[in-house]
Design a protein around this ligand. Sequence first.
Ligand SMILES: Cc1ncc(COP(=O)(O)O)c(C=O)c1O
Length: 412
Amino acid sequence: MDRRTLLAVGPVLMNTAPALLKGATEKQGYSWAEIDKMLARGDVRGKLTRADLPTPALILDLDAFESNVDKMTKHARANNRALRPHGKTHKTPEIAKALIRAGAVGACAAKVSEAEVFAKNGVSGLLVTTAVIGKYKIERAVTLATAHRETIFSVDNAQNVRDLNDAAGAAKIKMNVMIDLLVGGRTGIKSGDPALGLAQLIASQPNLRLAGIQAYAGGASHTVGFEARKQASLAAMLPAVETRRMIEKAGIECKLLSGGSTGTYNIDSGIDGITELQPGSFMFMDVDYNRIGGQDGPVYRDFKNSLSVLTTVVSKPSDETAIVDGGLKAFSTDKPFPPQAKSIEGIGFSWGGDEHGRLNLAKASAAVNLGDRLEFIIPHCDPSVNLYDRMYCVRGDQVEAVWKVAARGMSQ
Ligand SMILES: Cc1ncc(COP(=O)(O)O)c(C=O)c1O
């Protein structure tokens, strides 16, 4: 089959089974050099299809992604909350900018190096959600704040507050800081008096401005069952709301209370005093989030699975076993469950080593053969995205754009 015939047949195959492409051989599609040239020119629209992509490849289904963005932005607007989605999930400036175009006030970044990449690529309204500790990182934070004055940095420690104040003073700037509250059992200062004390210290520093409170309840976000999740989020977030009241009562402005997640967005948006939501995974979703259950049943379907990894069957050792070219280096492996085949039911996946996945086809609902391409929903989106240089954005069978995961590896 030549390329022209394949293009004609491709959409038909995709309509029946969008995540399974049958039997590509080396005679079909573009050569590596041709694809690389197109990528370098950003010239893929109307030219590349899923069948052309070298695997394993990170795939973003644009229809599903746009539907997720639309749902979350509408929800925030309807509930009168700002939206500052977390960029640690996507690490991709194009996505941060798409979210801002849709109404987000900016983007969260987990680390200074991630924020630097976003800022360099035109993303404004950054909140760095992890404390900046040590001379080297403080120096980078001050440089970032000098160029992007609105950037906010999280703090949970008195010495760190003094260090930031000194560094900001030396650079002759005023830095915005947010108190990171301990509400999810990870980082942060305790709610109530300890946080009030830190707010008073910040207010006394000439080179710092208190922007508000950052409260991320990671434990609540993945609590299974909507009612249990609601109780967990209320228990975590109400002390944060009360702490904000205490700080304001003490005469210190504390404008923002930023928190929430994909699992709790529709719980936190109903809590008075939370001013903005910072969910991340909603735009992609993953197996982990599908498991937490929604208001209407055991599968969490508020958002669509827009992200997947496309693989190729590279070996078929027996009728009931196939090997794909996606293994430990193609998916994050931090969860106790494997990737999930997208369009064929009953496929079992187990790790086949660094480069391979082993498929058990005994109960597969369709035949799988050498050269077939299979898409998998990712167990955990954030660390998996961090494994890829680019994501291929598809609409149906066509690749519409290729976005650079520019902050990939920026974990400093
Ligand atoms: C500080 C902070 N805020 C928000 C989020 C977003 O959470 P989710 O991806 O569950 O929506 C995360 C995720 O780890 C986080 O660390």
